[in-house]
Ligand binder design. Structure first.
Ligand code: URP
Ligand code: ZN
Ligand code: ZN
Ligand code: ZN
Length: 483
């Protein structure tokens, strides 16, 4: 029993419409939306006054790394602190990544991550990375999809000598994903080029964080985006490109979509508002705090990403929340290639995108809902359970005060990271309340996250895309010439 909660007097915003409506949540699920909701509320129902505010689906961050062992260290936020920070910012679900070491069975890694994630305060799910190929990987992918509710597999095209996939693995894994009805996803950067450029940049005497973007220019990302999209196109499988950071990669996606291919792109809040000048900060700690891949880009790329979201050629927003503290970043003091890659943002994503997206007229509130929750729920087949304010959906909601403003800072963040890439940015629009499973998890600055309250969310295979790709393949099936 979770009890009942009535959110009264607000404007409900979904991806397809907005309307004045009350929302009643009972036992963790939305029981009523509309004028009759109050009348249906049982005795003792808790009431939130949402007048002047918006009631939206809680954010879904489809790209986080809590408690990730990476580049010789482990991220500062674990599944509890990271999801608690998410709840403080209005995000009620995350999709994190199981990342097996090469040769490690996928199921072993999956079980390890499931154990770590039991601490989560918010609902969570996993993409599983395919970092090597064998018959066992082929079999484990099947078990993960059929028994464990995994419907997406991640491929790192960068990080040579670690978790990078070669083309053989991409081809085998994409083909397997297609037969299982699971979405292949890619970190698109050409890892061979990155490896070469890192050495060339070092030979120029550049050892600091300013070398990081030089070793990972936009064409390195565009090449991998184009290659993975081409492989997916030949095989007839949909593909999702994570953290699209530059105009060239966005163009690769748009061009493929114009050819009729099912390609989807994710954008990080950081890439939308931060540019590459951060890497030239004279303070090593500040510059290193921004080292993540793909890097922040030259001015101009940010606008291209906004245009991609606005035009519908890019689909979701995420953070790639992957926090490392200054002492960890210092592992690369003399060699930028050794700085652990990653930045935070799970708490700030909604406010940053609302402020820079909706307040500037780039996005409508409904478009905001689409790119912060609904599209992700649809692509990863958990819609309408998540991503919708509607009867029967999970009562994961954010009550959004569009007039309230605050200044983002490491001093007030809940994440355990010791840096905030949005430091000093004043944003207008923030959650007054976050509701997770029908219970208030955050109210006006009071974070009530409960360790272990988050549930593992299974995602069924064969989402709506797959019926279409199967029909398309059948329609285009070549026939032999009968002689
Ligand atoms: O720099 C990043 N993005 N770190 C996390 C791993 C990844 O590439 O997503
Ligand atoms: Zn097979
Ligand atoms: Zn990545
Ligand atoms: Zn990532």
């Amino acid at each position: 029993m979770h009890g009942a909660l009535l959110i009264r007097g607000g404007t409900v915003v979904n991806a397809d419409r907005q309307e004045k409506a009350d929302v009643l949540c009972v036992d963790g699920v939305i029981a009523a939306v509309g004028a009759d909701a109050a009348a249906l509320a049982p005795a003792g129902t808790e009431v939130i006054d949402a007048s002047g505010q918006l009631v939206m689906p809680g954010g879904i961050d489809p790209h986080t790394h809590m408690q990730l062992p990476f580049m010789g260290t482990v991220t500062a936020d674990d599944f509890y602190t990271g999801t608690a920070a998410a709840l403080a910012g209005g995000t009620t679900s995350i999709i994190d990544f199981v990342i097996p070491d090469p040769q490690e069975p996928l199921l072993d890694a999956y079980r390890k991550w499931r154990g770590w994630a039991e601490k989560s305060a918010a609902d969570y799910s996993f993409h599983v990375a395919v970092t090597w190929w064998s018959e066992q990987v082929h079999a484990d992918m099947g078990i993960l999809v059929r028994e464990e509710g995994i419907n997406s597999f991640k491929h790192f095209m960068a990080y040579k000598n670690a978790i990078m996939c070669d083309d053989e693995t991409l081809v085998n894994s994409f083909k397997r994903a297609l037969e299982l009805g699971a979405m292949p996803t890619v970190h698109a950067e050409n890892g061979e080029l990155v490896y070469l450029l890192q050495q060339e940049v070092a030979r120029m005497g550049i050892t600091g964080p300013e070398g990081h973007p030089l070793a990972r220019p936009p064409m390195v990302e565009a090449e991998a985006a184009n290659r993975s999209i081409a492989i997916a196109g030949v095989l007839g499988v949909p593909i999702y490109v994570v953290h699209v950071s530059c105009m060239e990669a966005a163009q690769a996606i748009a061009a493929a979509r114009a050819r009729g291919q099912r390609v989807y792109g994710e954008v990080l809040a950081g890439h939308l508002v931060i540019d590459e000048s951060v890497y030239r900060d004279p303070d090593f700690a500040k510059a290193a705090a921004h080292v993540m891949s793909p890097p922040f880009r030259a001015k101009g790329h940010q606008e291209a990403l906004w245009q991609g979201l606005q035009s519908g050629q890019l689909h979701t927003t995420a953070t790639d929340h992957c926090t490392f503290c200054a002492a960890q970043k210092a592992m690369g003091k003399d060699n930028f290639a050794k700085i652990p890659n990653g930045t935070g943002g799970v708490e700030e994503r909604l406010a940053v995108i609302w402020d820079a997206g909706v307040n500037t007229g780039r996005l409508t509130p409904s478009e905001f809902v689409a790119i912060t929750s609904a599209n992700t729920a649809k692509l990863f087949n958990i819609y309408p359970r998540k991503g919708l304010v509607g009867v029967g959906a999970d009562a994961d909601l954010v009550v959004w005060d569009p007039k309230a403003s605050h200044t983002l800072s490491v001093k007030t963040q809940h994440s355990k990271g010791d840096y905030n890439i949005f430091e000093g940015r004043t944003v207008q629009g923030m959650p007054s309340h976050t509701i997770s499973q029908g219970v208030v998890a955050y109210a006006q600055g009071d974070l009530r996250a409960v360790q272990g309250k988050g549930r593992y969310i299974k995602r069924p295979a064969f989402g709506p895309n797959f019926d279409a790709v199967q029909r398309r393949a059948a329609t285009l099936q070549p026939t032999p010439v009968l002689r």
